[in-house]
Design a protein around this ligand. Structure first.
Ligand code: MTE
Length: 317
C-alpha cells in the first residue's frame, strides 16, 4: 500500500487524541503557515444565495423513528470532514470556493441510456422531503441533523438501470484548483463510494440537497450528497458528479487507503471495534458526555434484513 504513515488518513487517531492535544497541534500547523487556506478564504456565500433556496424548507417525513435532540446548525456546518479541502475539521470557509453552478451529474454503466443531467433539472424531477437522521462518523463523533432531499430510490429510477446491476458507484467532483487536497497524489482521488443495489433502493437511503431547511452548505457536500444513516459517515460521498451502475464492487476511497480498517459495508456496530479504537460509544457534537453507540446506528429495525444473507461478509468495518 502506497500510504502507510500519512498524516491525513490518520484523522481518526487524531480524534482519539484528547481535544487539547489536538487543538495544540492545529495551532502549531497554523503557526507554521500551513493552515491558512481557510482563514484566507474570501467572502462566504450564504446558502440563501443558492438558486434552489426557494425550494426549502420542505415537508418533514417522520416515519424512521425517534431521533433525539437536533444538533446545533452551527456545529454541523463548521465541523466537517471534506478531505478535498483539508484534513482539518474547519474547512467550511475554504469550501465556499466550490463552484456549484453549473453542476452536472453524469449517469453511466448498466443503464438504458447514459445521460447527463443538470442539478436544477434533477431537483425539479425529485420528490423533496426532510428527514432527521443520526450521523455516526467512524471517528466516533456523531450528530442528528435535518437533511432535505429525495430518496435515492427516486434517483435510481430516473437513471433506468438495466441488466440487474449489483452496485451503484458515486464520485465527488475533481477540481484540484479549488480543492487543494486533491493535489496530494497520495490520496486516491476522486472520492468514490458505492452501495449494493438493494441498499441504494432502501427507503432510508437518501440524497441530501438541503440541511436545516436550506440548500445544503458547500462544506456539507453541496449540491448533492449521499446519506445512508446506518453506515459510518465516510460512506456518505459529498458533491456527487458521477453515478455508475455496475456488477463490479467498487473499492472506495478509504478502502484503497487502508483496507484493513475501512471496508465496503461499513455498517455501524458498537461491538466491532475499529482496529485502533473502540466503537462502543460516541460523542455527540456539542456534548461533553459520550453515549452508547447503537447497532446500525439505531436503524436496525429497518435495515438488518438487508444483511441476513450476507453474514460471511465483513459487514461492520
Ligand atoms: N465526501 C468527500 N468527497 N470527501 C470527504 O472527505 N468525508 C466523509 C463523508 N463524505 C468525505 C466525504 C466523512 S469521513 C464523513 S464523517 C462525512 O462526509 C462528514 O459529513 P459532514 O461534514 O457533512 O458532517
Amino acid at each position: 500500500m502506497l500510504i502507510r504513515r500519512r498524516k491525513g488518513w490518520e484523522i481518526p487517531e487524531r480524534e482519539a487524541t484528547s481535544e487539547s492535544v489536538y487543538l495544540g497541534r492545529r495551532t502549531l500547523v497554523r503557526a507554521m503557515g500551513l493552515g491558512g487556506i481557510a482563514l484566507a478564504a474570501p467572502g462566504v456565500a450564504l446558502a440563501e444565495d443558492d438558486p434552489s433556496a426557494s425550494k426549502y424548507p420542505v415537508r418533514r417525513e417522520d416515519r424512521f423513528g425517534a431521533h433525539g435532540a437536533i444538533t446545533a446548525e452551527k456545529l454541523a456546518t463548521t465541523y466537517n470532514n471534506y478531505y478535498e479541502f483539508d484534513t482539518d475539521k474547519s474547512i467550511w470557509r475554504a469550501a465556499q470556493k466550490l463552484p456549484i453552478r453549473p453542476w452536472t451529474v453524469k449517469v453511466s454503466g448498466k443503464v438504458e441510456k447514459p445521460f447527463e443531467i443538470g442539478f436544477d433539472d434533477l431537483l425539479a424531477h425529485m420528490p423533496l422531503e426532510e428527514r432527521v437522521y443520526r450521523h455516526r462518523c467512524v471517528e466516533t463523533w456523531s450528530m442528528i441533523v435535518p437533511w432535505s432531499g429525495f430518496p435515492m430510490k427516486s434517483l435510481v429510477e430516473l437513471c433506468k438501470p438495466v441488466g440487474d446491476p449489483k452496485y451503484v458507484v458515486m464520485q465527488t467532483l475533481s477540481n484540484p484548483k479549488v480543492m487543494p487536497g486533491q493535489k496530494d497524489i497520495l490520496y486516491p482521488w476522486p472520492y468514490t463510494e458505492g452501495l449494493a443495489m438493494d441498499e441504494a433502493m432502501h427507503d432510508l437511503t437518501f440524497i441530501a440537497t438541503g440541511l436545516y431547511g436550506k440548500p445544503i452548505p458547500k462544506q456539507n457536500g453541496a449540491p448533492l450528497r449521499l446519506v445512508a444513516p446506518w453506515k459510518y459517515g465516510f460512506k456518505n460521498v459529498k458533491s456527487i458528479v458521477a453515478i455508475e451502475f455496475t456488477d463490479k464492487r467498487p473499492v472506495s476511497f478509504w478502502e484503497k487507503l487502508q483496507d484493513s480498517e475501512y471496508g465496503f459495508w461499513a455498517n455501524v456496530n458498537p461491538q466491532v471495534p475499529h482496529p485502533r479504537w473502540s466503537q462502543a460509544t460516541e460523542k455527540p457534537l456539542g456534548s461533553d458526555a459520550r453515549i452508547p453507540t447503537q447497532l446500525y446506528n439505531g436503524y436496525a429495525e429497518f435495515v438488518a434484513g438487508l444483511y441476513t444473507n450476507r453474514k460471511a461478509e465483513k459487514l461492520f468495518m
